[in-house]
Ligand binder design. Structure first.
Ligand SMILES: *Cc1c(COP(=O)(O)O)cnc(C)c1O
Length: 407
């Protein structure tokens, strides 16, 4: 009997009842805009900003319309402009180079390691030519942040962290988003909290925050924010900071607040699922697991493994066979961008010189989301299916076929 997985890889949990009730209250009030407040009212958005700042330990938090908007706003607030070179990961998702390109700046890609983190030797070699690194903790894999910060500090490179996959993660006890000058998050449906669309930016820097608040569309109502830099900082920046509207509204904030309170527990559930899949795949011939380093606390909302040096048609075969059994794997090695998955050489609006060492890794990456709607038994079944199909393709590869040749 061949088992087939029947679950959906894109089905999220419902919004908590408490969030639904708060959202309905916002709807009844008619006050959806973040600056539309009754006398003495803080409002859902400002309350959420305070709670998010407290949760991360940052001095300031700004809630915005999306993660991509938070990234672009962070770069703008740091003075990145047309023609500036911004270092970023070759292995990430399209909104990251997109945020850089939205400012007319130029992404400069840094390679990826077998651990799926940014290649720190490559970073050290390229750091001279840029003022900013937009660091994507892609799929929750955290680089050695102490070494990364030492490289960037020595080269005078300011770090902005893209924490779309690391809300709730930490390196040596310091939350992701708190290593660089600015941390950015997404609250889009497929991330760790779900408001459909949305994002955050956090920082300790008063001036970066004041600029970000005005950029986000505060007009001169910035004192209604959850965390507010001193007035003299706004006085310094308010005349030369453009308004690029990207505000969060009370409705989204209302459904995010209870989710933020539940996030620790949710992270535990993701990791329990992750460990079941990881253990189920361990020891599969031809398959390389990406081990999570001791120093990192991660959130296992997705899992990656490598089919290193497998010929492309064999990997396609694994994808097809797994899909036939209900298991949707995403492949970063496909020649053409598909779904959410694309690669540095698909972003043709920016220079993309060949990166052979990274290409070898990207060609090998298979990726799978682990929504919390999956039970632990679902996860065990998914792992059994992948293990069987990878094994079948591996074994069927003709003995004369050189598995180290990329075709
Ligand atoms: C989702 C995502 C973003 C952008 O978030 P949006 O809220 O969709 O704009 C940025 N970086 C990574 C790695 C992401 O996965």
């Amino acid at each position: 009997m061949t088992e087939v997985f029947k679950g959906s890889f894109t089905q999220q949990e419902p919004i908590p009842e408490e969030g639904i009730a708060a959202a309905v209250a916002v709807l009844r009030s008619g006050r959806l805009h973040r600056y539309n407040l009754a006398d003495g009212e803080t409002g859902e958005v400002a309350a959420l900003e305070r709670e998010f700042a407290a949760w991360t330990g940052a001095r300031h938090a700004l809630a915005v319309t999306s993660g991509g908007y938070a990234l672009a706003t962070a770069l703008r607030a740091l003075g990145v402009g047309p023609g500036d070179r911004v270092l970023t990961n070759a292995f990430t998702l399209a909104p990251v180079p997109g945020a850089i390109a939205s400012l007319g700046a130029v992404p400069v890609y840094v390679g990826v390691t077998e651990g799926l983190t940014i290649d720190l030797d490559d970073l050290a070699a390229r750091a001279g030519g840029a003022r900013v690194l937009l660091l994507s903790h892609m799929r929750g894999h955290l680089a050695d942040m102490e070494r990364l910060m030492a490289i960037c500090d020595a080269a005078g490179v300011t770090v902005v962290e893209d924490c779309a996959h690391t809300m709730g993660a930490a390196w040596r006890g310091v939350p992701s988003g708190r290593w660089g000058k600015v941390g950015c998050y997404s609250t889009q449906t497929y991330k760790h909290v779900n408001s459909g669309e949305g994002g955050f930016l956090i920082t300790d820097d008063d001036e970066v925050m004041a600029r970000a608040v005005i950029l986000s569309g505060s007009y001169m109502l910035y004192e209604r924010h959850g965390t507010v830099p001193p007035e003299e900082v706004f006085e310094r920046v308010k005349y030369d900071t453009p308004n690029v509207s990207g505000r969060m509204d009370h409705l989204r904030a209302a459904i995010l607040r209870p989710q933020l309170r539940a996030l620790e527990a949710q992270c535990g559930k993701w990791n329990a699922r992750y460990r079941v899949v990881e253990e189920g795949l361990r020891g599969t011939p031809g398959l390389t697991l990406v081990e999570r380093p001791e120093a990192g606390r991660f959130v296992g909302s997705s899992i990656q493994f490598l089919l290193l040096d497998w010929p492309a048609p064999r990997i396609e075969e694994v994808l097809t066979r797994c899909a036939a059994r209900g298991v949707e794997l995403k492949w970063f090695g496909a020649a053409e961008p598909r779904g959410f998955t694309s690669r540095y050489d698909s972003w043709r609006y920016a220079p993309h010189p060949a990166m052979p060492a990274s290409d070898r890794i990207l060609r090998a990456i298979l990726d799978m989301r682990l929504p919390l709607t999956f039970s632990l038994a679902d996860c065990a079944q998914i792992a059994r299916i992948i293990r069987a199909e990878v094994g079948a393709v591996w074994q069927a590869a003709a003995p004369h076929e050189d598995r180290t040749t990329i075709t």
